[in-house]
Design a protein around this ligand. Structure first.
Ligand code: ADP
Ligand code: MG
Length: 362
């Protein structure tokens, strides 16, 4: 599949339905292309739907991950797609294909406890799913439903020239945590996690690994941003902003931004919000924090654009919604672009490199 690429493949699937009568999305329905599908209801609310696969050896190492953490993450990454639209999650469905070895009832109980504990943070009941044997590896598929007032979902296609590009929280913690997990897996179970810090719960390495396995979807923050005038486009960061910001630029270069023409972005690498733990571990290991913050995925923070005048009110709203724990940072701006029909352009300012790539599956 590497010759076609993940997003061209999704484009082919989408085109097949869009070119056939009777199976196109109905009026007012938003289908493939955003974090969630948006389906208007008679009640005046829109239903949001998202689904994600988590596959052993692709998204997690069964030998390394704690089942409770994997359960937490499986729910969290889907709830995050509801948060990405500024919606409220309302229900979930869970499908499991279980391999013959490596998993017992105790493992499944712990997995479900993690899935439940994450769901409980936002009051999301599990309403169904499917269970099957798998010939070799573990597959997890989760679907989450959500809702928002009609027409109020924050979409990817609404960024405008002059908007600031902002993120919640800190970037790159999860990617640094993943590097630590892979190092540990390569070195064997007895290897120390960090040079000098072995097992203290509070060590920076443990904190980064926790951020990788136990992301916190920004649901209250997303709801707060959806209620702020001047907030335009939004998505969650699953593949790194180098990839995810391109999705906003590409979608917003179509008709969604009121035909303002193609857009690009300028990102100032000096403004990237980095946690103290990430900076500490990067300094110890000689890792490039900007690379992890921009190209590393799975932070599940929110990436959004707003008018400069809206920034202060949005920052105050997010801080209030998060109980004072989460800030927002402006890392750059949306610019008009001459690159009509080309890949949307991101100019990376203030760093040693001029190009970064995010994560893609093929
Ligand atoms: P996210 O990272 O937010 O989960 P993805 O990048 O996985 O989003 O997917 C982008 C869009 O493509 C979404 O709207 C998703 O529903 C859609 N999509 C992905 N794979 C498929 C598929 N096999 N068939 C139909 N739609 C798909
Ligand atoms: Mg998403």
């Amino acid at each position: 599949m590497s010759h076609i690429g993940e997003f061209d493949l999704i484009g082919r699937i989408s085109a097949s339905f869009n070119s056939s009568d009777g199976v196109r999305p109905g009026p007012g329905v938003t289908g493939i292309g955003d974090d969630c599908a948006i389906i208007p209801q008679r009640s005046g609310m829109d239903t949001l739907v998202t689904t994600d696969l988590l596959i052993e050896d692709r998204h997690f190492l069964l030998s390394d991950v704690d089942p409770w953490q994997l359960g937490w993450k499986s729910a969290a990454v889907n709830i995050s797609d509801i948060a990405a639209m500024g919606g409220r999650p309302t229900a979930s469905f869970l499908s499991l294909a279980l391999p013959p070895d490596g998993i017992d009832v105790g493992w499944v109980d712990r997995f479900i406890a993690g899935f439940r504990d994450m769901s409980a943070k936002f009051g999301v009941p599990l309403l169904g799913g499917d269970t099957s044997a798998s010939p070799d590896i573990l597959f997890i598929n989760v679907t989450v439903l959500g809702e928002c007032p009609h027409g109020k979902a924050l979409r990817r296609d609404s960024a405008r020239p002059g908007d600031l590009v902002c993120v919640t929280g800190a970037l790159g913690d999860s990617a640094a945590g993943l590097k630590l997990v892979l190092e540990r897996a390569a070195a064997g179970p007895a290897a120390p996690l960090c040079h000098s810090e072995r097992s203290e719960e509070s060590s920076p390495c443990q904190a980064l690994i926790r951020r990788h396995y136990c992301p916190m979807p920004r649901v209250p923050e997303g709801l707060a941003l959806a209620a702020c005038p001047g907030v335009h486009a939004m998505m969650d960061i699953s593949d790194g902003i180098a990839s995810d910001l391109r999705h906003i630029l590409k979608a917003s270069s179509g008709s969604g931004n009121g035909n303002l023409g193609p857009v690009g972005a300028e990102i100032d690498l000096r403004k990237l919000p980095l946690s103290e733990e990430m900076k500490h571990v990067c300094a110890l290991r000689g890792w490039d924090p900007a690379e992890l913050a921009v190209s590393g995925g799975e932070d599940y923070e929110l990436l959004f654009t707003l008018t400069p005048e809206a920034f202060d009110a949005a920052a105050a709203a997010v801080r209030k919604a998060s109980g004072g724990s989460i800030g927002i940072t402006a890392i750059g701006s949306i610019v008009g672009s001459a690159a009509d029909g080309q890949e949307p352009l991101i100019r990376w300012l203030g760093g040693a490199r001029s190009d970064y790539k995010g994560f893609t599956h093929f």
